[in-house]
Design a protein around this ligand. Structure first.
Ligand SMILES: Cc1cc2nc3c(=O)[nH]c(=O)nc-3n(C[C@H](O)[C@H](O)[C@H](O)COP(=O)(O)O)c2cc1C
Length: 177
């Protein structure tokens, strides 16, 4: 297996993948709360070799996005907290399956999962229009309401909840508590 780890000064770091900025917003809140290094996955061919990592993704077809998966596949033996954004309700069965997929992918490579955080994120209107036109996701009343709510996220409460979860997880992840 090719190592994706490089040396870093701190004990924890945050690496995120984000196309339209939702997941980046959460990542920035985590960095602000913890003072940890923050990296965009597209600019991080090597992940920092720290004790604890926070890995952020956006949900694509019920899974962590491809850029995240490419890095996760090459990561093993780490303590990891994951965070992500998605269009669905965070308490929905779909979101539950997304969590399971993320946790499974991390554990498959022998990483320790310190828990995670998911919240809604605004869905790119061009994608909404495209899928409505194709008929893959018809714009029902329920979907319209869900997308309208997603467009208000992540908000300050999401950022605060994610940061609190990260602070607790990194404490658990550090070998000396
Ligand atoms: C191609 C594509 C596929 C998506 N698939 C899902 C999905 O399966 N489930 C979901 O809840 N949201 C899905 N979304 C919505 C995104 O996960 C959501 O808007 C996310 O907040 C985008 O994050 P970003 O701004 O960090 O890129 C999809 C969006 C796109 C563009």
């Amino acid at each position: 297996m090719t190592s994706v780890l490089s040396s870093a000064a701190g004990r924890a770091a945050i690496v995120y993948s984000s196309v339209t900025g939702n997941t980046r917003r959460i990542a920035e809140a985590l960095a602000e709360a913890s003072g940890d290094a923050l990296l965009d996955v597209r600019e991080a061919s090597d992940l920092p070799d720290v004790e604890v990592l926070a890995l952020g993704f956006w949900v694509r077809r019920g899974q962590p996005d491809e850029a995240s998966q490419a890095v996760w596949r090459r990561l093993s033996g780490k303590s990891v907290f994951y965070f992500g954004t998605l269009g669905a309700w965070p308490t929905s069965p779909h979101a539950g399956r997304c969590r399971e997929a993320a946790e499974r992918m991390l554990r498959e490579n022998g990483n320790r999962c310190l828990g995670g955080f998911l919240c809604q994120g605004r869905v790119n209107p061009r994608m909404v229009e495209l899928s409505a036109r194709k008929g893959t996701h018809p714009l029902t009343e329920e979907r319209r309401a869900r997308l309208a709510e997603a467009a208000r996220h992540p908000d300050a409460a999401d950022c605060a909840a994610a940061a609190a979860a990260w602070l607790a997880a990194r404490k658990t992840g550090f070998s000396d508590g």
